[in-house]
Design a protein around this ligand. Structure first.
Ligand SMILES: [Zn+2]
Length: 331
């Protein structure tokens, strides 16, 4: 009966055969959920090797088993690509534990499942050879080995449920830790969405990367941006989400002002955890930075979701907190 807690009156979801959903198989009948499929690029280049189709609904590649079917495609880069075609919710089985810990509370799992499903749905591009990649560039996907009981439960319990705005799938996003205030899509992507304007987030204060410091060699920053010697760094035009829109860099060869997203991308997203940079200064041979959060910060904050779920918030409450104004619909 606990599954009934999250139906939103979506009778069609509840009517889908439970046993069939749990297989993730393509042979499920009876509802629109079953026929949604995504194509995930799981490898590219010369070393793809030879995947083996095991039966109608599974194949094996490099010792891992994947649901669905595979195809080898030609990519625009001229390389070969290995693409996994798979029902949407079966794909989500292989995403959940790669995005959040199975140990997190069930409402957090369910909120993540809804947002991951919505995200995937908005990325379907029939005109291209694939819709998603299996890495953080889309959502991290690992096939059956990545599945967990908790992740499958969250996908099944929210089967087909997505977030909508104006009766269309919402443009959702998520990242590890927003640092206390989610970012605005207008700031990060230069495209505003009313439900991605940034919200204050008191729930991720205990995240591992809630605050961070970083000391980079001055020469590294100077070389990255062709500055000569770096003499000065300053945060400019801090927006309502506390993120500087640009970083001013004064060097012996030239002085420039770069968007903070560019600054982070050029230095490496795994080096500079976020654009929520609170302080920056040249300190002798180093550039000393301090900031908060990890990831782009737009949309759902995974560590905040963890706390909200642990404190008893419902999946609905979590989703509408991070995406104010969205409604719930069906894929
Ligand atoms: Zn947060």
């Amino acid at each position: 009966m606990r599954r009934r807690a999250f139906l939103f009156g979506l009778g069609a979801c509840a009517a889908l055969p439970r046993a069939a959903r749990a297989t993730g198989g393509l042979d499920v009948g009876g509802g629109p959920v079953s026929f949604r499929a995504v194509r995930v690029l799981i490898a590219s280049g010369a070393a793809i090797g030879a995947p083996v189709q095991l039966d109608g609904w599974h194949f094996s590649w490099r010792g891992r088993t994947y649901r669905g079917a595979f195809s080898l495609v030609d990519l625009s880069s001229g390389r070969r690509g290995l693409v996994n075609a798979i029902p949407l919710d079966a794909y989500l089985y292989g995403v959940m534990s790669r995005e959040i810990s199975p140990a997190w509370a069930r409402p957090a799992q369910m909120a993540q499942a809804i947002v991951a499903r919505t995200y995937a749905l908005t990325k379907i591009r029939p005109e291209r050879p694939y819709d998603l990649v299996a890495s953080e560039a889309s959502e991290v996907y690992g096939g059956i080995v990545a599945e967990s009981v908790e992740g499958r439960d969250a996908v099944d319990a929210t089967a087909g449920t997505i977030l909508t705005y104006d009766d269309r799938p919402a443009k959702v996003a998520f990242s590890a830790c927003c640092g206390g205030h989610t970012a605005s899509a207008a700031g990060v992507w230069k495209t505003p969405y009313p439900y991605l304007d940034g919200v204050r987030d008191p729930y991720c204060a205990n995240a591992p990367d809630a605050t961070w410091t970083l000391a980079l060699p001055q020469a590294r920053v100077a070389q990255t941006f062709a500055l000569g010697d770096l003499r000065e760094i300053a945060l400019r035009d801090v927006d309502a989400t506390l993120r500087p829109r640009t970083i001013a860099l004064g060097g012996s060869a030239r002085s420039i002002e770069v968007p903070s997203e560019t600054f982070r991308a050029q230095l490496g997203a795994s080096v500079l955890f976020s654009t929520l940079i609170a302080t920056a200064r040249v300190d002798g041979p180093e550039v000393a930075l301090a900031g908060r959060g990890r990831g782009h910060g737009v949309g759902l904050c995974q560590w905040g979701t963890r706390t909200m779920g642990a404190q008893g918030a419902s999946p609905q409450e979590i989703c509408t907190y991070y995406f104010p104004g969205v409604r719930f619909g069906q894929a």
